[in-house]
Design a protein around this ligand. Structure first.
Ligand code: 1CP
Length: 355
């Protein structure tokens, strides 16, 4: 394997010294980029992009070609590949978000769910990872990812996106054993899926717990964090002679940072509702932090974006352990020029915080 030419993302996750604060963006390959929309039109639809390794590789590399400041690539795929591999039949209605042909409602439905084999049932993802690694040729590290069991369960039980997770939460309170069985199957699947990605070449992995913040404090511990802990304890943590850092991102998890920091991961992703300096004081030296600019700042003018970047860097303060990111994904309406101004500001303004 080619040596990494830029490893500041991996170094910051492990709190090793860096020259400037590394940066990447959640959803950096996506609809705000005209080149992404062109590839998607060529592929036909979103799932065809994910399932064809050369298309997945093409769109993964697009933001890196446009923005030389990006310090990491993220596999182009989706968290919903897992429910699809469990036989739920994922499809995307134009302009409507994800849908499933089958939903999971009863204990019997959950008992009948197979545990997918990543190599056999999700081989297209493993092929995408190895193709991207080869094409990156050591430019920057590649991030693999999966959804958290709780976040995946919400899609499987609701049959798609949801505002209130009504069916999933009803199951949580009425039939917790059934939900625990589902979460346990998902935790086993996510563990082997992420290990498959690591063996195929992913150099760091992130678990997206996008909807963990919708739970009560007690339910979060029992139905989301416990399963992420289980996954973290089963992951391959060193590969190709290097540590493979693990990032946990619970959106709206700011109230629970101390307990998330105890889950065994190397870094926590932060949304924009917490002050990163206070978060750093709360988690101490246990984990690095990734985040946390409000993605809507990118609608504002480049000068305003730069001011906000400066404010977050100053709040984190001196030293390593910070990966700059947005607090959630970049939105389709963002002007690509503004994303460029954001990435440049991170590198330009952060040098003063490193020796
Ligand atoms: O082209 C399109 O219209 C599809 C839009 C799109 C894209 C670009 C979807 C559908 N998924 C993706 C890619 C994607 N999804 C990535 C790629 C890598 C990158 O970051 O560049 C990643 C990491 C995801 C992960 C994902 N999918 C999450 C977790 C992160 C988050 O945003 O909270 C979730 C919740 C999904 C589900 C999903 N996939 C797509 C949609 C529209 C949704 C629904 C979101 C919702 O319910 O609100």
């Amino acid at each position: 394997m080619t040596a990494l030419k830029n490893d500041r993302f991996l170094r910051a996750l492990l709190k090793q010294p860096v020259d400037v604060t590394p940066v990447w963006m959640m959803r950096q390959a996506g609809r705000y980029l005209p080149e992404y929309r062109a590839s998607r039109a060529k592929a036909g639809d979103f799932m065809s992009l994910c399932m064809n390794p050369s298309f997945a590789c093409e769109v993964t590399l697009q933001p890196l070609d446009r923005y030389p400041q990006l310090d990491a690539a993220i596999l182009f795929s989706d968290i919903l590949t897992i429910p699809d591999a469990m036989g739920q039949g994922l499809y995307f209605e134009t302009g409507e978000g994800p849908r499933f042909k089958k939903v999971v409602s009863t204990l019997a439905d959950i008992e009948a769910l197979p545990i997918p084999d990543p190599q056999k049932d999700l081989g297209y993802v493993m092929d995408a990872v190895s193709t991207i690694r080869r094409e990156l040729n050591g430019r920057v590290p590649l991030i693999g990812f999966a959804g958290s069991p709780w976040t995946l369960a919400t899609y499987m039980v609701e049959g798609g996106s949801s505002k209130d997770y009504r069916k999933t939460k009803t199951m949580l309170y009425d039939n917790p054993q059934a939900l625990h069985l589902l979460l346990d199957k998902l935790a086993q699947t996510v563990t082997s899926y992420l290990n498959g990605q690591i063996l195929a070449g992913a150099q760091a992995v992130q678990i997206f717990d996008s909807w963990g913040g919708s739970l009560s404090a007690a339910a979060y511990q029992e139905f989301s964090l416990a399963y992420m802990k289980k996954i973290v304890s089963g992951l391959i943590r060193e590969h190709e002679g290097r540590k493979v850092p693990v990032i946990l991102f619970t959106k709206n998890g700011g109230l629970w940072l101390e307990s998330i920091a105890d889950a065994g991961a190397d870094a926590l992703g932060l949304d924009w509702t917490c002050d990163i300096g206070s978060a750093r004081a709360r988690v101490g030296s246990k984990v690095s932090l990734q985040g946390n600019m409000d993605p809507t700042v990118l609608y504002a003018k480049p000068e305003a974006i730069r001011t906000e970047v400066g404010r977050i860097l100053a709040s984190y303060g001196k030293g390593s352990g910070h990966v700059f990111n947005l607090g959630h994904g970049i939105t389709p309406e963002v002007d690509p020029e503004h994303a460029g101004a954001f990435l440049r500001a991170v590198h330009e303004l952060s040098a003063q915080y490193h020796e």
